[in-house]
Design a protein around this ligand. Structure first.
Ligand code: NAD
Length: 468
């Protein structure tokens, strides 16, 4: 089994103990990761704190370092992508997209400026609004896009002048450890530390006095714990949490064409995307054709081990997530919903679940009300679009949503009524490095990406020079 190491103060470190990492396509442990001790975390945080003193001073150097990070990722993409497929489950071409996307994010972030606004400059005073870095950032990531979501934090945090200690999910620690290993030759010691371990390691980071900011992506439940743990010493927070994105279809669309686009945005990454479509509202008149088309697409999807050619979606990432999807679909079935296709395990090893379309289901059923985070899509019929909007909003979730219509103006108006961080029209999952992304309500606090995301790794300092 290959040996993966943490990166602490620019050096490789193993730990006294390690934990197994399972390939979700086989259900077998295929590698192991170090289980970071208290003492090692302490050293990682202290190293980040020391490195911060010099790192924060030279913006031009940081900008160049980000470009070097991008180049280093591109050069080692051939190693990172299959590793990502093995630990996460996604098809190899999608893994390669995530790796290349990570390089693009570094490149784009390097192009952002850190603004200094002069709000007064006259005989009496010069007043500048500057952006200072915060210090050490604790970055905590989930298992669905371990590499990219880590880079969404690392790149802007570093550009702004912070240093980072990153902790990936115990289900997918390896690409993050590998990334930090690759970047050892690019970044000064201590600027990026990567530690691996269980959930308690995340809790140690959030409770520790050194990090001045926690940038967290994960579930709402854990996000609330992170917020509570950050409160005693008022750490700054960005929380990117769960979603239950509605897609509202209007009555004027071609059901087949719209079903194809909705399907792609619901089943990408085996449905394991925070802002995937997780419930679809369809007018009664179009209900059958939309459901039938979705079911045909689900049946045609090639599910398998992501390392095999032609596979379109892989397994669920882990056993608890598999059990959760199964439980929600079984609950829908028990409550009278119609499983149009899927609704069962595929094979007897790994965590493969058949792409599932659930019809004749309504709000109040767990599969509609909760975040399934898997390949099972409920389709709900509506009579009045006002009802669909109300139901779409009747939730604590508020990540994103979409409206589908040939009447773009009408759809845009409805999109504006959705209580969420991103409201798409005739598209979904359209994310890019220059577009801010974040959740309303319980789906998050703050945003990532673009200049808005960068500013989240800074705080304002007013420099007010009296001239009189
Ligand atoms: P999770 O909350 O279980 O874990 C996320 C990370 O938090 C992991 O690294 C975990 O080890 C760590 N953690 C667990 N307990 C902790 C604690 N008490 N203190 C600090 N850290 C702790 O989430 P998950 O199951 O890995 O990911 C799936 C969830 O993430 C879904 O809800 C999904 O919607 C959400 N997500 C959101 C976004 C977004 O940008 N909004 C993106 C991807 C995933």
């Amino acid at each position: 089994m290959s040996e993966f190491t943490m990166t602490i103060d620019g050096k490789a470190e193993t730990a006294q103990r390690s934990f197994g990492v399972i390939n979700p396509a086989t259900g077998d442990v295929f590698a192991s990761a170090p289980d970071c001790t208290h003492g090692q975390l302490e050293r990682a945080l202290e190293s980040a704190q020391t490195a911060y003193l010099a790192w924060r001073k030279d913006e031009a150097r940081r900008r160049q370092a980000l470009l070097d990070c991008a180049a280093a990722i591109q050069a080692r993409a051939g190693e990172l992508a299959p590793l990502l497929t093995q630990e996460q489950g996604k098809p190899i071409d999608k893994a390669m997209m995530e790796v290349m996307g990570s390089a693009i994010w570094f490149q784009y972030t390097a192009s952002l400026s850190i603004p200094v606004e002069v709000i007064q400059d006259d005989d009496s005073a010069r007043i500048e609004v500057r952006r200072r870095p915060l210090g050490v950032v604790g970055a905590i990531t989930p298992w669905n896009f371990p590499l990219l979501l880590g880079v969404w934090k690392i790149a802007p945090a570093l550009l702004a002048g912070n240093t980072v200690v990153i902790k990936p999910s115990p289900f997918t620690p390896l690409t993050t450890l590998k990334l930090a290993e690759i970047l050892r030759s690019v970044l000064p010691p201590g600027v990026l530390n990567a530690v691996s371990g269980g959930d308690e390691l995340g809790a140690w980071i959030t409770a520790h006095p050194i990090p001045r900011k926690i940038s967290f992506t994960g579930s709402i439940e854990t996000g609330k714990k992170v917020a509570a743990a950050s409160a005693p010493d008022l750490k700054r927070l960005t929380l990117e949490l769960g979603g239950n994105d509605p897609a509202i279809v209007l009555g004027d669309v071609d059901p087949k064409a719209v079903a194809q686009k909705i399907f792609a945005s619901a089943f990408e990454n085996c449905g394991q995307i925070c802002s995937a479509i997780k419930r679809v509202y369809v007018p009664e008149a179009l209900y059958s054709p939309v459901v039938n088309e979705l079911a045909e697409l689900a049946k045609a999807l090639k599910v398998g081990n992501g390392l095999e050619p032609g596979v379109q979606i892989g397994p669920l990432n882990n056993e608890p997530q598999f059990a959760r999807v199964q439980e929600l679909v079984d609950d829908a079935r028990a409550n009278g919903a119609r499983i149009v296709t899927g609704g069962k395990r595929i094979g007897d090893k790994g965590y493969f679940y058949a792409p599932t379309i659930v019809a004749d289901i309504a709000d109040g059923t767990r599969l509609v009300d909760e975040e399934q985070f898997g390949p099972a899509l409920p389709v709900i019929s509506y009579r009045r679009v006002e009802d669909a909007i109300e139901r779409a909003n009747a939730t604590h979730f508020g990540l994103s949503g979409s409206v589908w219509s040939n009447d773009r103006a009408r759809a845009t108006e409805i999109a504006g009524e959705l209580e969420c961080g991103t409201a798409w029209v005739n598209t979904h999952l359209a994310l890019a490095p220059n577009i801010p992304f974040g959740g309303a309500k319980w789906s998050g606090i703050g945003v990532e990406n673009g200049s808005w995301g960068l500013l989240g790794f800074t705080e304002i300092q007013v420099v007010n020079v009296n001239k009189s």
